[in-house]
Design a protein around this ligand. Sequence first.
Ligand code: GAR
Length: 185
Amino acid sequence: MVKRKSCIFISGSGTNLKALIKSSKNYNFPIDISFVITNNKNANGLQFAKLHKIPFKTFNLNNYREKEKALNQLRKKKIKLICLAGYMKILPKDFIQKFNGKIINIHPSLLPKFKGLNTFEKVLIKKEKKTGCTVHFVTDKLDDGKIILKKFFYIDKEDNIQSLKKKTQKLEYNAFSEAIIKVMK
Ligand code: GAR
């Protein structure tokens, strides 16, 4: 199978990146991870890029010159899909337009519920019965593009922010790979 080249954007621990790298090693998985971009040069998740010898770079995409450099690299590397995996910055509008329909994001709630930050707190305050994660296309409206898939679990009485995060992230690792298979078909 000819795999298409992808770039993963991260800001923090990069456990979704780790899961995607694992999926990408599968012969039938539709993408290769050719590049990792971060806004945070100290992101822990960069260890996974280093371990698997995936090139990575830190860019501040709000800076015009750095944005142009990032776009050049993405073009040069023939990147066909960008996956935001815990990327905690809002992408510039013109950047999104240049990759229209080719950027997907994972969000730790059942969208359209609980867009933005502090999702687990919001879920608990609202006494939700269930929660989960959503993979969606990125548009210039925050956490708003067409939904590719969602996965959910029922919340226990004992759940707190930490346990919700743990359960949600466990679902995310499969959800992201499944969503990629769905969009690259
Ligand atoms: C993930 O849970 C992801 O859903 C969330 O950040 C976490 C990153 O974890 N993303 C957002 O909240 C974006 N709005 P990771 O760095 O270990 O993959």
